[in-house]
Design a protein around this ligand. Structure first.
Ligand code: 9G3
Length: 562
């Protein structure tokens, strides 16, 4: 059987799930972010797929399989051919026609449905597939957590109205909660940012983990949880009772960072203004925040409803404002620079900011008096300790791995691709869509992140590749070999999934591999084989016991039943 285990962690594996899945012979990388699933890995993948299938079918979705090869025309119709850069893997066929490898399937499913559904009687429609997706990530890493070819379940709903979409969305929400609970995961559904998808509500299902790339802002007393990218800051900033002083200028010759300037001028960070230059689509924008806050680029993008938001370069900044990043400020900026500020700035009194002159800062700056802004808006990242947006409790942070994402897409694709239906009055209406994704291969890795110990993986019982790992310690001994062979037959005859290690290897090698694999129950045939006695050990707890051969099938059945 192909299970190439390794004693050492692969050099490029930084996190436990990546290390253990490779060392235990579950996966092998063939290119950056591209993996093959070996027999143990494929069996686990199938177990997670089956849980997803059962919950999707229970929710009334029907499985289909779309093509991974997608004609560019569809992406030109939706207008997305050019909004995705090099992340969308593109190729030409033998006739030089343009194709994309499927990164997602909104365009394909919409083109399928618009040609086959014409009447409101056929809605709502809910279909899904489980298929490899291709996204040319700039920095693939962490094994299956961020790959360039990965297994996704993607579902799409077509509804008559937003009310109907709400119902489908809630059904999917429940199905997702069931999937991740059955996978044994500690997860949270968090309010997310719908990004360039347009659409309204969207939730991400996050598995709590220190290696998660996403940060979740959650309330310490209510069930409020949101991706930090979009978590709104809902708080009243107290008006300062200071009297505004005369604006003045101070030399800050060596001071570059916010902290150095604050220390030099003798105030805290929150009495300084931080000005960051962005390019929002083609417009230069200076975002001003309080010195102890961070600009949230996703909020900025949504504020401008922009396609691209990126930091301006130092030379662009120098050309515009005559100085580098160390002394930027909103006072007297040229008109091609638009100034927006976070709401926390509006009522500040007597603060400092860069003078747009190398080595100088203004002091006693009073925003409402000394500079004007296009708008004050919620443009900063929420912070730990801020009040929870739902008004209950205080915000804490946690890191999460996004394993699912449900979207209310609205009519974006149906409008762009003419997916319409005739309503009960015979009037043509635009379909309303939802899309619902689960990262199946990413879920496998997330499970390992939550289920492992220092010796290897400790799978939840019904995710493991096999239920029982049967070891014969000394196959040369006739009585051991015979008992182990008999047990193998008995367990299989009882319908129990058993992996049998009958290799001519030292016991230590077999035990080390067994700990790596993480199969829930291990049955070891050793010295007491002559008495028909074997050892049974639970992988997760380490609890072990001796059993007579005649009790084994019942012991295993009972163990998996409760
Ligand atoms: C692309 C590329 C990357 C992408 C997309 C398109 C993310 C893209 C958002 C979604 C929305 C939902 C159905 C399943 C659930 C998620 N990354 N998204 O559209 F061309 Cl290269 O995929 N799609």
């Amino acid at each position: 059987m192909l299970i190439p285990t390794l004693k050492e962690n692969p050099a490029d594996a930084e996190i436990k799930s990546h290390q253990l899945l490779v060392r235990a012979g579950y996966i092998r990388q063939i290119a950056s972010g591209v993996y093959s699933y070996l027999p143990l890995g494929k069996r686990v993948l199938r177990k997670v797929e089956e849980i997803v299938r059962e919950e999707m079918d229970k929710a009334g979705a029907h499985e289909l399989m779309m093509s991974a090869l997608q004609p560019a025309e569809l992406w030109k119709e939706s207008g997305r051919w050019n909004t995705y850069g090099s992340e969308l893997m593109r190729l030409h066929d033998r006739h030089e026609r343009e194709f994309a490898l499927g990164a997602t399937h909104e365009e394909v499913i919409t083109s399928l449905v618009r040609d086959s559904i014409k009447s409101y009687k056929r809605l709502p429609l809910l279909v899904y597939q489980i298929q490899n997706k291709f996204r040319d990530e700039k920095r693939p890493r962490f094994g299956l957590l961020r790959g360039r070819e990965f297994l996704m379940k993607d579902a799409y709903s077509f509804n008559e109205s937003f009310e109907s979409l709400d119902e489908t969305y809630d059904q999917m929400f429940t199905a997702y909660s069931n999937v991740f609970s059955r996978c044994g995961l500690d997860f949270r559904a968090v309010i997310a940012d719908s990004g360039q998808m347009g659409g309204k509500d969207t939730h991400e299902f996050m598995v709590l983990s220190e290696v998660g790339e996403d940060v979740i802002a959650y309330s310490d007393t209510s069930d409020y949880a949101a991706n930090i990218e979009m978590a709104p800051v809902v708080m009243d900033y107290p008006s300062s009772n200071e009297t505004p002083k005369e604006l003045s200028k101070a030399a800050t010759p060596e001071q570059k960072t916010m902290q150095e300037v604050a220390d030099y001028l003798g105030h805290d960070l929150d009495k300084g203004l931080k000005s960051i230059m962005f390019k929002v689509d083609e417009q230069f924008v200076m975002v001003v925040t309080r010195g102890d806050h961070e600009t949230n680029d996703v909020k900025l993008k949504n504020f401008y409803d922009a396609d691209i938001v990126e930091l301006a370069t130092e030379e662009e900044t120098r050309q515009l404002l005559g100085t580098g990043f160390g002394s930027l400020g909103p006072i007297n900026v040229p008109e091609e620079v638009e100034v927006v500020a976070d709401r926390a700035v509006e009522k500040l009194i007597n603060v400092t900011c860069g003078a747009n002159e190398e080595g100088y800062h203004y002091t006693n700056v009073n925003p409402s008096r000394d500079f004007n802004v296009k708008a004050y808006a919620d443009l900063r990242f929420i912070k730990e300790g801020d009040p929870s947006p739902d008004g209950q409790g205080i915000i804490q942070f946690a890191r999460g791995i996004e394993v699912g994402h449900v979207f209310k897409l609205g009519t974006f694709y149906a409008e762009n691709m003419n997916a319409s239906y005739l309503d009960a009055q015979g009037k043509s209406q635009t379909m309303v869509m939802g899309s619902y994704g689960i990262g199946v291969s990413r879920t496998v890795a997330a499970i390992v992140e939550q289920y492992h110990d220092e010796s290897g993986i400790t799978w939840p019982s019904h995710i493991a590749p096999y239920q029982v790992h049967l070891l014969s310690l000394n196959p040369k001994k006739e009585d051991q070999q015979r008992l182990a062979d008999e047990l193998y037959e008995q367990l299989q005859a009882a319908g129990i999934e058993v992996l049998y290690d009958d290799r001519k290897e030292r016991a230590g090698v077999k035990f080390a591999d067994s700990d790596l694999f993480g199969i829930p129950l291990r049955i070891t045939v050793g010295k007491r084989a002559s008495e028909g006695i074997v050892e049974v050990k639970e992988r997760q707890t380490g609890k072990q016991d001796e059993r007579n051969q005649s009790e084994i099938v019942d012991t295993v059945r009972q163990w998996f039943d409760n």
